[in-house]
Ligand binder design. Structure first.
Ligand code: DHB
Length: 315
């Protein structure tokens, strides 16, 4: 069965692709994504100028302290706008897959400049505005300030070209946020949402060493992987019930096998991004997820991902 889907009107040949921030900072890694079974190529969030990011150690990929999870405080390290534009250019000439640019979030002004640059270039298939990086203080967590989200989206000139954009959201835990953010999304020309980003400012302690395990931010960073899946599913479904099927939903958080992807599909996702499991299991993870999802759909008698989408039963 083909696991094809579409995000904001762009066709994807598969259901799973990389989450922002994992193996996506330099061209070589992005080309490998092109060669893998990843359904798309998502670039690391870029700023106008290159950034080195935080001090090492800043990324725990495998640890018995947080089995199945990761902890990162990369601090938005990236190669800057010019180089990222050249990545898109290069990937679009060598690759058929959708290429998605991701934009950092340090100020309203920077957002507008970055957005316009990719829009003017006109080669990326989609743009993801990262409103939820927890590792650079309140700058990154725009998603927790609905008025600011509204203001930024109001200022984007989305009429030029026809590049579609979406927003990467932080995890929400209150009904109020789902209501408020859904209203804003529906008011603007948002094509898709990706939810959720890592759980911000998580502290992991090594009791043996009586120490933190990463250096930045008093040992705190974004928690990803197995433990966050129930929160990600809840966020996907909470938005799915409010967004009236008009806006594509990309599920992110704890996807490591076909069953996880199927759960996101039932909750209402149009596709999934894979972060921690991609960091832990590398490029074959996409083949594995696709094969397993295919098997599950076939065994349950679904003929496409669309047939299963949002089919979650409530007790
Ligand atoms: C970073 C962290 C994120 O959670 C993200 O979505 C993008 C970037 C970072 O710290 O670099």
């Amino acid at each position: 069965m083909k696991l094809n889907t579409s995000i904001a009107g762009i066709d994807f040949d598969g259901f799973a692709y990389n989450a922002c921030g994992v193996n996506d900072e330099i061209l070589k890694q992005l080309e490998k994504l092109g060669d893998s079974d990843s359904a798309a190529i998502l670039l690391k969030s870029c700023s106008i100028e290159p950034r080195k990011g935080n001090e090492n150690p800043k990324y725990i990929v495998k640890s018995n302290l947080i089995p199945g999870c990761t902890l990162n405080s990369m601090g938005l390290s990236n190669r800057g706008l010019e180089e990222n534009l050249s990545y898109v250019d290069s990937l679009k000439t060598t690759n058929k897959k959708p290429v998605i640019a991701s934009l950092t979030c340090f100020s309203k002004e920077e957002h507008l400049i970055l957005f316009k640059a990719f829009q003017d270039q006109g080669k990326a298939d989609l743009i993801e505005l990262n409103f939820s990086c927890p590792n650079v203080g309140a700058h990154g967590l725009i998603g927790y300030y609905p008025e600011l989200v509204d203001e930024i989206l109001t200022q984007l000139d989305t009429t030029k070209g026809n590049i579609k954009y979406g927003i990467k959201l932080p995890p929400y835990f209150e009904e109020w946020y789902f209501d408020k953010i859904s209203d804003i999304i529906l008011k603007h020309n948002v094509g898709f949402i990706s939810c959720i980003n890592t759980l911000g400012n998580a502290l992991v302690i090594d009791a043996e060493k009586e120490s933190t395990v990463i250096k930045p931010n008093f040992g705190r960073g974004g928690l990803g992987g197995d433990w966050i899946k129930p929160i990600a599913l809840s966020n996907v479904n909470s938005f799915y019930r409010r967004l009236d099927r008009k806006i594509s939903i990309v599920g992110v958080g704890g996807v490591r096998n076909g069953k996880d992807a199927f759960e996101f599909l039932l909750a209402g996702a149009d596709s999934v991004q894979v972060g921690s499991a991609f960091a832990q299991e590398s490029y074959p993870i996409f083949t594995k997820i696709h094969n397993e999802l295919n098997q599950i759909l076939e065994s349950k008698g679904y003929n496409s991902v669309q047939e299963a989408k949002g089919k979650l039963k409530f007790l």
